[in-house]
Design a protein around this ligand. Sequence first.
Ligand code: NDP
Ligand SMILES: CC[C@](O)(C(C)=O)C(=O)O
Ligand code: MG
Ligand code: MG
Length: 329
Amino acid sequence: MEKYYESDADLGDLAGKTIAVIGYGSQGRGQALNLKDSGLDVIIGIRPGKSREQAEKDGLSVFDVSEAARRADVIQILLPDENQAQVYKNEIMPYLSENKCLMFSHGFNIHYGQIIPPKDVDVVMVAPKGPGHMVRRTFEEGKGVPALIAIEQDYTGNAKKIALAYAKGIGGTRAVVLETSFREETETDLFGEQAVLCGGVTSLIKAGFETLVGAGYAPEMAYLEVLHEMKLIVDLIYEGGFTNMRDSISNTAQYGDITRGPRVVGKESYEAMDEILCEIQTGEFAKEWILENMVNRPVFNALTRSDEEHLIEEVGAEIRSMMPQFRKD
Ligand SMILES: NC(=O)C1=CN([C@@H]2O[C@H](COP(=O)(O)OP(=O)(O)OC[C@H]3O[C@@H](n4cnc5c(N)ncnc54)[C@H](OP(=O)(O)O)[C@@H]3O)[C@@H](O)[C@H]2O)C=CC1
Ligand SMILES: CC[C@](O)(C(C)=O)C(=O)O
Ligand SMILES: [Mg+2]
Ligand SMILES: [Mg+2]
């Protein structure tokens, strides 16, 4: 894979260009503030509401989406994936004139054909591999979150330079920028969040918690054991891989880890992962998610509510309120 660092990217490639960040949520805010601090000309396209108020409070130039799209040379779409196609069609496409650059941080809408841009624009991706709040926090600490770039259309011949300059502007080249394709980013990102990072982890934590509480242990004990300590263990893996984590834990824990772990994530889990990946590759998941939004998200809402009401959330809120590190005041 091609890898890029600070010296491979030139902020000058965005000199004189206006970047419109469309949407001011997790990624929108993080990326826009970093771009501004990098000295680039950034404006925000957003509907009236909470996000718009926040962007104004942050001192950014704020416009309706269509006006921002009209003014911009680079249009970075950071709306929820499920809203992008409609906003694109009504408020962006009419202003997407020749030579502009259409940018994404996730390939869903391009890869699954929900947005089909005209041929006379660049279409690129700059996708930080981390939550938007961390994109901002890490940048403020003088570091960066790794990012992916992908080039879907290179009409101007400058698409890669623009993508690299943008990645530098948000701090990505301070870590590393990898070049991929829209397909590879979309499929791996969906798989990662469903099977491992979000779906896998929350299901694992819930299963451990329910097993301990079901066997009569105190919910507070179960929470500290399977949720609170999760971050401490994952931090060690993040910093230096499995070996680093295993250097830190007891030999008893390590023996339990390597002999019992594969029993928890066994054949059935591998089969489920294959199935989930297949649903992503065939577009079945994308179709399900698009249709779910068309009928006002009955499954999304019911399952979210049920998890919000889970005992682990109640116990967690109580325990965190006792710990100074979690107090917001
Ligand atoms: N969350 C993350 O960390 C990551 C996200 N991505 C990708 O980045 C993109 C943005 O995701 P994310 O940052 O999570 O999105 P959020 O849900 O956090 O924010 C979406 C923003 O879009 C605005 N918005 C929603 N609908 C409209 C509309 N119809 N017109 C105008 N503005 C609208 C929201 O404003 P309002 O307050 O008015 O609702 C909000 O400011 C997605 O493609 C996602 O896959 C990629 C990597 C990580
Ligand atoms: C892991 C979830 C994510 O893919 C991300 C923060 O990278 C997302 O879509 O939010
Ligand atoms: Mg992701
Ligand atoms: Mg994602």
